[in-house]
Ligand binder design. Structure first.
Ligand SMILES: [Zn+2]
Length: 174
C-alpha cells in the first residue's frame, strides 16, 4: 500500500482534486483553478483517496527514463551540435593565396606540375607574391578558426564520454 508511485487525490477548496504523490508531502501544489494547495504530511496523504488506476498519468505506469538514456541522449545532442558547428566553422577557414589550404599544399601542387607549368606558375603566382605576407585578417581568422576547432573537439569529446556512459549503462542493465 505504501508504493511511492501511488497517486492520491488532494481536494481543493474549488471542488476539484489535485493528483499528488507521496513524495510531494509537505510541498505546495497548484490546482487547475490556480490556487496553491498545501500537501499534508505523508501519514495524512496516505489517508487521502488514492486515484483510480485510469487517472494516473501514463508516465507512472511506464518505467521511468533511467540515467543511462539521459546520458545517451545528452551525448548524442552534444556530439551532433559540435559536429554541425565544426562543419560551419570549417567552411569559414580562409584559404591560402591560390585557393590551396596551406603553403604545404601549394608546395605539393607545384611539385606535381610539369616543368614548363612550374615556370609559368612561378611567374604568375610566386613572383608577384614574394615577400607579400598573408594579410593580418587572414592570419587572425585562421587562428580564430583553429581555436574554435579545438574548443569544439573538446565539446565533442565530452559528448562522446556522455554517450559512452549511457551506452555502458544500458548494456549493463541487460
Ligand atoms: Zn482548485
Amino acid at each position: 500500500m505504501s508504493d511511492p508511485r501511488i497517486t492520491y487525490l488532494l481536494p481543493c477548496s474549488c471542488g476539484k482534486e489535485v493528483s499528488i504523490e507521496l513524495r510531494q508531502a509537505g510541498e505546495t501544489v497548484r490546482c487547475e483553478c490556480g490556487q496553491a494547495c498545501a500537501v499534508p504530511t505523508m501519514r495524512e496523504v496516505r489517508c487521502l483517496r488514492p486515484a483510480p488506476a485510469s487517472e494516473t498519468t501514463p508516465a507512472d505506469t511506464k518505467p521511468a527514463w533511467g540515467n543511462s538514456q539521459r546520458f545517451l541522449v545528452a551525448g548524442l545532442v552534444v556530439v551532433l551540435l559540435a559536429a554541425v558547428a565544426a562543419i560551419i566553422l570549417y567552411r569559414q577557414s580562409p584559404t591560402y593565396f591560390v585557393g590551396l589550404p596551406s603553403p604545404e599544399a601549394e608546395r605539393q601542387f607545384v611539385e606535381r606540375l610539369p616543368i614548363l607549368a612550374t615556370l609559368q606558375y612561378f611567374h604568375q603566382r610566386i613572383l608577384p607574391g614574394i615577400d607579400i605576407p598573408e594579410p593580418a585578417w587572414v592570419q587572425s581568422k585562421r587562428s580564430m578558426v583553429s581555436l574554435g576547432m579545438a574548443t569544439l573537439s573538446g565539446v565533442g569529446a565530452i559528448g562522446l564520454i556522455l554517450l559512452g556512459v549511457g551506452v555502458a549503462g544500458i548494456v549493463r542493465r541487460r
